[in-house]
Write a protein that binds this ligand. Structure first.
Ligand SMILES: CC(C)(COP(=O)(O)OP(=O)(O)OC[C@H]1O[C@@H](n2cnc3c(N)ncnc32)[C@H](O)[C@@H]1OP(=O)(O)O)[C@@H](O)C(=O)NCCC(=O)NCCS
Length: 163
């Protein structure tokens, strides 16, 4: 079945909250505190509600589906708090069982094209230290430009993409 990328809808919220909890647990075990991961699993209903409520403020949020099932998502904003004239990709995730099939690159290219359509030629992406995805971003041409703390605690590397 062909992958489809589309804007997320309110009706996706419960499924998306489940996907987020799942992928965080497969990605960040040993990188963030176990409590944070358990809370995500236990708090899926609340997270689904939050996703439903902020659908209008998160307009650049896209899901990737296969056979009507969400298998990945990307969320970006056209600006960010720290770097001038740069968009930021805040989330780029593929469920574990679908990784390494080109879907991450597909979502990255999709977001990049949307950002370029707004005349923005720089993108930053933060990636937690210790996450293998750091190498994915380097592979795609991201240049390490510094770091910051995620949730005041976890070191996050920042990559700059010049399009
Ligand atoms: C990181 C992630 C988005 C990559 O998506 P993916 O679908 O697995 O990657 P793709 O199959 O699209 O790979 C595209 C290219 O990157 C390479 N690549 C993928 N993962 C890589 C990694 N961890 N390190 C180095 N290169 C990697 C692939 O080999 C491929 O190279 P090629 O185009 O030269 O053949 C995905 O693995 C993921 O969701 N990981 C868990 C969540 C996560 O960490 N997200 C990032 C949060 S900051």
């Amino acid at each position: 079945m062909k992958p489809i990328i589309r804007k997320r809808k309110k009706e996706d919220s419960q499924e998306l909250a489940h996907c987020i909890a799942t992928v965080w647990n497969t990605t960040y075990k040993g990188i963030v505190d176990d409590d944070l991961l358990t809370n995500l699993l236990n708090g899926e209903t609340e997270n689904a509600e939050r996703l439903k409520n902020n659908i209008n403020s998160q307009s650049n949020y896209y899901v990737l589906t296969l056979d009507n099932k969400i298998i990945g998502w990307v969320y970006f904003t056209l600006e960010n708090k720290e770097y001038e004239n740069a968009a930021e990709i805040h989330s780029l995730y593929i469920l574990k069982e679908y990784q390494k099939n080109g879907y991450g690159k597909l979502l990255y290219d999709y977001a990049t094209q949307k950002i370029l359509n707004h005349g923005i030629k720089k993108i930053i992406i933060g990636c937690l230290n210790g996450n293998p995805a750091n190498d994915f971003y380097k592979h795609l041409g991201g240049k390490y430009i510094g770091n910051r703390l995620f949730r005041d605690k976890y070191l996050e590397n920042i990559y700059l993409f010049e399009l």
